[in-house]
Design a protein around this ligand. Sequence first.
Ligand code: DX5
Ligand code: ZN
Length: 220
Amino acid sequence: MTQYKISPSILSADFARLGEEVRAVDEAGADYIHVDVMDNHFVPNLTIGPLVAAAIKPHTQKPLDVHLMIAPVDAIIPEFAKAGANIITVHPEATIHLDRTIQLIHSLGCKAGVSLNPGTPLDVLDYVLENLDLVLVMSVNPGFGGQSFIDYTLRKIEAIRKRIDAIGKPIELEVDGGVKVDNIRRVADAGADVFVAGSAIYNTSDYKATIAAFRKALAG
Ligand code: DX5
Ligand code: ZN
């Protein structure tokens, strides 16, 4: 049976109370803490850096699932590893040498992920997939929380699920953007096993009830 994971994105948290907000989703049943790092260059928004990642680290025992939307990305990767990142995910467009970037992440003792934007074709995975711990499918164009799920990405999730199963390694398939209680089942049916949710969790008053509703939808 698939072990589903929920990774709340702190992008929609109250940044003035970030430590508390991280602890709250941890206690509400999060499996990972999703940290969206944006540089106002690769994506049109600016969020947090390694200092803030290090500041939230003591507030949770859950793995920090760090999604780097930064270009060029390599120079900052060691800083996030030092800050306590457990998973580091990069976009292929943000590095000239994707294989080298994946090796760098592993050499720092972190799990490595590659993220595909909605319009990014699958062939970037051809030679690197078996070296990855995670593939992150963007189901919105990255930059902001609270956008609507792009339906054609379900086909992409299905295609990547087939490739992962063909390799037979425990590579996680994470989906990020517009995941809600009413569509998570469809996303899981397409083959995802890790679900990022920002606004769907942080814009509700009872995080525990929302995460429980996700799990109920996944069980149904
Ligand atoms: C988008 C980010 C997502 C975003 C998800 O660029 O990578 O992690 O915060 O937010 P929701 O769940 O609100 O779509
Ligand atoms: Zn993200």
